[in-house]
Design a protein around this ligand. Structure first.
Ligand code: CAA
Length: 257
């Protein structure tokens, strides 16, 4: 696909995906979802890519779903528009490799929902967060009502969802919505260093950590622990990644994955 909204740069095993529609504060329209679906497929097919980073161009990460595109939709079209976004964000969450959101500015509505579908969120101190849908007489449509309480807890989630208020990066950190806040000029370096650190680890182990945590959160403790044992065991054996990692430790050398 020819990308008109998304840019891709690959360096040292990290795919940096930039949303580039700054005049509309990177608002999410149908074209964005088509491109993001294609991007997920393209990046997933790149064997040398170990981590994906998503960020926004300009003063916004993403200021939400595209209100101009939504305004005249019928109830059926609204449901379909919600499903399209949910499917894309589920695909991000289900990618084998970890995905990091580098939140450079406004992460509102669908923008916060996009960030929440990523595995780790690092924010600029200038970033602003919110689910302002109630201001528009709407509710979130890209699973914000589901991911936000799971990440921030019911009270903080409902405070954001019911008031539509924006919060700053410090408050987002307190809620556990983001893992780290850095100065704006440090955001790219910080996120790329984090991504490269993860990219240097055992690639199968990294994928399995993500899989077991994600699937474990959707099930009970015992089933999750059983899944862990199974995946733990799959990293052992002749020629396995675990064998190489453990041998390298014992032989005091760097592992060759
Ligand atoms: N959709 C479409 N266009 C948007 C947009 C959005 N979500 N957010 C901003 N824009 C456009 C503005 O209309 C404006 O376009 P023009 O220059 O053509 O007038 C341009 O981006 C710049 O925006 P502002 O002039 O408003 O910039 P600002 O700095 O004064 O304000 C802001 C920034 C506070 C983020 C403000 O733009 C804003 O409140 N945006 C809407 C945020 C919002 O309500 N998001 C939720 C959308 S609904 C949703 O996401 C539902 C879902 O879950 C599926």
């Amino acid at each position: 696909m020819e990308y008109t909204i998304l840019n891709l740069e690959v360096t040292d095993g990290v795919a940096l995906v930039k949303i580039n529609r700054p005049k509309a504060l990177n608002a999410l329209n149908t074209r964005f979802f088509q491109e993001m679906d294609a991007m997920i497929e393209d990046v997933s097919g790149m064997q040398d890519v170990k981590v994906m980073v998503i960020t926004g161009e300009g003063k916004a990460f993403v200021a939400g779903a595209d209100i101009a595109e939504m305004v005249n939709k019928s109830p059926e079209e609204g449901t379909a528009f919600s499903k399209v976004g949910q499917n894309t964000f589920n695909s991000i969450e289900k990618m084998d490799i970890p995905v990091i959101a580098a939140i450079n500015g406004f992460a509102l509505g669908g923008g916060l929902e996009l960030a929440m579908s990523c595995d780790i969120r690092i924010a600029s101190s200038k970033a602003r967060f919110g689910q302002p849908e109630v201001n528009l007489g709407l509710i979130p449509g890209y699973a914000g009502t589901q991911r936000l309480p799971r990440l921030a807890g019911k009270g903080d989630a409902l405070m954001l969802l019911l008031t539509g208020d924006m919060i700053g990066a410090g408050e987002a950190l307190r809620m556990g919505l983001v893992q780290k806040v850095v100065e704006p000029e440090q955001l790219t370096d910080e996120v790329m260093n984090l991504a490269k650190t993860i990219a240097s680890k055992g690639p199968q182990a990294v994928k399995k950590v993500k899989k077991v945590v994600r699937e474990g959160l959707q099930t009970d403790f015992e089933s999750g622990s059983n899944l862990e044992s199974k995946q733990f065991g799959s990293l052992f054996g002749k020629g396995s990644e675990g064998e190489e990692g453990m041998k390298a430790f014992l032989e005091k050398r760097k592992p060759e994955w």
